[in-house]
Design a protein around this ligand. Structure first.
Ligand code: BGC
Length: 734
């Protein structure tokens, strides 16, 4: 074992800088907001004039409903409100807040997760683009529309890393990789800010590791793994300027995240210097009693507040208990003042005190603009993952032919829009059925639609009609997968096949012998082993958003090419889960020997690995070279590789750089993504792609929080997925 070299006391790798950068250099952690002494003085002034009740009001977030009592705002009883989306209503609420005794404006929030009125692909799909710039733009559009509606704040992005597709909230996050997750977190935070609203990184922390993939379940994660795997996206989001962080529902190693001093105080506010505020999740202060972490509402409020939680969402624990707790000396008044200061600071930073509110009458004109719709379509195309394409069945060449379009989802706007609809409207959504049919006349082909069953496919009643349509067609497109309501919060699944009778429908259609393209909708990797074996072409489309159908039609017909990559490993069977590419080695690798780490009834390998995805051309990798083979801390590894487009069309390839530390004081993952970049390459052309990654990125955290890069040999692997790579190596010496 090589002696380890101490680099720092906390994570020092700016992951966001590495991801997607051709020549990533030193970490740029300059935050968009600094402490402004003038603002702090204005806060001092307000604090001096506020009653304790008014202070506690700032620490409460209400939930809007049609019978919302405006008096809560005008009496200063709530500092923020979520779920109001109508611009005239948000203006009315803001006016009421400004009429309160001290005129403190209210922060208006909403779950703007993948768009406001123009819905973009769901977050897991955006992550599949492997394009932080594109994701930043998507978030900027969401921000612009939400801001026009009078909102200041989105309860997004969800940056919970997860290795378990049983967990329904997989759809809201960046998947299984910390570097991709950090890049997506920073991109979304920046994009929302660019659009005019602030982010809330959620759910802090470890929520994606819910045991057995069951939502809200407890988590056990070692401190080192927290820092290496689960926290980098949060840190990147904080550094990108997120002004709030939402504590998660789960307990982490026995301490609920809502009242966890280690994550909230020690790491977030201490080590990372976060000076915005922390909000609970929905009523999660009350839930401290269910966790067995508090015996009474007063204890719940006290534990949360003392651990570093600043604002309570939805519940009344703060309202009913904080004043008594302060009077009894169990919560120092300074802690309340600190929490209020954080809320007020953010209100100043977002311009609430000094900038005019948007004109509600001008809002509608800023929704669903042609530019936003184009951006949503481009994002969808970049997010589609082509999993299989035997004999180049795709793109379809249907001139003079008949296409049968089967599957209830194909004509269902809601299932294109996705799980967090915000202010999206079904009438706005372009479905696959509409878009493909619209192209038929000009393309010289016909489209016959036969759903076969409703989107969830609980009955086989329409199967005969669908099979008949397939028989009389030349080619078949089948759209199956998860309807929107099978994804997101509270939708954990124990079986991950195509839902209900969909598999039977697919088999019946495939049995016609016609060439079949399967388009899979949904919010997580599913176990589609049968399809992978029997269906010639599979396109994973996720929930593609308002323009999803238009994007799909273009991709199916070859007007555009899919360029997405899997941000999560796709398992063969639920029994393999958790299955993720950056796992540790075992003492008995799966050699085929009986006493090796394997299953007796299934392969250990995934159906499709992390980073995988095809397009309408092919790429070959060669000549991986490093500028230096011996490096020291402070240096950067410069790796370059030749990527050749060996196919007939121009295309885009996602070049991925992985590393491995084969021998260390702590067992290290078999692969770790460190950088990636999407490049466009002309047919027959070769591009030399160069990455520069600081040596500091090759370390890991010890459980005591120290970050180390150990001298010794490191492997570098570059390729088009986590498993399809070519390799070389270098040495780190002190
Ligand atoms: C979810 C959050 C969401 C909040 C407000 C909670 O149940 O966990 O992600 O932002 O509700 O709608």
């Amino acid at each position: 074992m090589a002696a380890w070299r101490r680099i720092g006391t906390a994570c020092c790798v700016a992951l966001g800088v590495l991801a997607g950068s051709l020549t990533a250099g030193a970490a740029d952690v300059a935050r968009p907001f600094g402490l402004d002494p003038a603002v702090e003085r204005r806060i001092d002034d307000l604090l001096a004039r506020m009653t304790l009740a008014e202070k506690i009001g700032q620490l409460r977030q209400g939930g809007w409903s049609p019978d919302f009592d405006l008096g809560q705002a005008s009496r200063g009883e709530i500092g923020s409100l979520t779920n109001a989306e109508d611009p005239h209503e948000t203006a009315r609420i803001q006016k009421a807040a400004r009429s309160s005794r001290l005129g403190i404006p209210i922060l208006l929030a909403d779950n703007v997760i993948h768009g406001f009125r123009t819905l973009f692909p769901v977050p897991i799909a955006l992550a599949a683009s492997f394009e932080p710039d594109l994701v930043e733009e998507a978030s900027a559009w969401a921000g612009r529309e939400a801001h026009a509606a009078g909102l200041h704040w989105t309860l997004a992005p969800m940056v919970d890393l997860t290795r378990d597709p049983r967990w329904g909230r997989v759809v809201e996050g960046p998947g299984e990789d910390p570097v991709l997750g950090a890049a997506m977190a920073a991109a979304q935070v920046r994009g929302f800010l660019k659009g005019g609203i602030m982010a809330s990184l959620k759910h802090y922390a470890g929520y994606g590791a819910a045991e057995a993939g069951r939502d809200y379940n407890t988590t056990e994660i070692s401190p080192g793994t927290m820092r290496d795997i689960y926290l980098p996206a949060f840190r990147a989001g904080v550094e990108a300027g997120s002004q709030s962080v939402m504590a998660a529902f789960n307990a982490l190693n026995g301490t609920p995240a809502t009242a966890n001093p280690w994550t909230l105080q020690t790491i977030l506010k201490g080590e990372w210097g976060f000076d915005g505020f922390v909000i609970s999740d929905w009523d999660s202060v009350w839930e401290l009693m269910n966790h067995g972490h508090a015996g009474s509402p007063a204890e719940a409020a006290r534990r949360a507040m003392l651990a570093g939680l600043d604002v309570e969402m939805a519940g009344d624990m703060f309202k009913e208990n904080l004043a008594d707790e302060v009077a009894a000396g169990r919560i120092p008044p300074a802690r309340i003042d600190d929490a209020v200061r954080r809320v007020l600071r953010v209100k100043f930073r977002m311009g609430l005190f000094d900038r005019p509110d948007p004109d509600p009458a001008a809002a509608e004109a800023q929704m669903l603009t042609p530019a936003a719709r184009e951006a949503a379509k481009a994002a969808a195309i970049a997010s589609f993952v082509l999993l299989k394409n035997d004999r180049d069945l795709l793109p379809l060449a249907p001139r003079g032919k008949r296409i049968a379009l089967i599957g209830g989802i194909a004509a269902s706007p809601a299932d294109h829009m996705g799980s967090w609809g915000a202010n999206g409207r079904q009438d706005d959504a372009v479905t696959l059925a509409t878009a493909l049919t619209a192209k038929a006349a000009a393309g010289g082909f016909t489209v016959t639609t036969a759903a076969g069953c409703d989107p969830a496919c609980r009955s086989e009643e329409g199967f005969a009609e669908a099979v008949a349509a397939a028989r009389s067609a030349d080619m078949v497109v089948v759209a199956l997968g998860e309807p929107w309501w099978m994804t997101a919060e509270g939708t954990s699944r124990t079986q991950l096949g195509l839902p209900n009778r969909q598999q039977a429908l697919l088999e019946a259609v495939a049995a016609t012998g016609k060439p079949v393209v399967l388009v899979v909708f949904g919010g997580r990797p599913m176990t589609i082993g049968w399809a992978a074996e029997h269906v010639p072409a599979i396109l994973y489309a996720w929930s593609p958003g308002t323009m999803g159908g238009a994007a799909l039609a273009e991709v199916l017909l070859g007007e555009a090419a899919p360029t997405g990559r899997l941000p999560m490993t796709m398992p063969r069977a639920v029994g393999q889960i958790p299955l993720y590419y950056n796992h540790l080695p075992t003492g008995r690798p799966p050699t085929g020997d009986h006493y090796s780490s394997k299953y007796i009834d299934e392969e250990v390998t995934p159906l499709f690995p992390f980073g995988y995805g095809l397009t309408y051309t092919r790429f070959a990798y060669a000549d991986l070279r490093l500028a230096e083979h011996v490096l020291k801390p402070g240096d950067s590894v410069e790796a370059s590789v030749s990527v050749t487009n060996t196919g007939p069309r121009a295309g885009r390839e996602t070049v991925q750089l992985y590393m491995r530390d084969p021998v260390a004081s702590k067992s290290r993952p078999v692969r770790e993504l460190k950088a990636f970049r999407k490049v466009s390459i002309a047919p027959g052309a070769t591009e030399r792609v160069t990455f520069r990654v600081p040596v500091e990125a090759f370390g890991f955290h010890l459980d005591d929080g120290r970050y180390v890069v150990e001298p010794g040999r490191f492997e570098i692997h570059v390729g088009g997925s986590a498993t399809d790579t070519i390799g070389t190596g270098f040495e780190v010496r002190n």
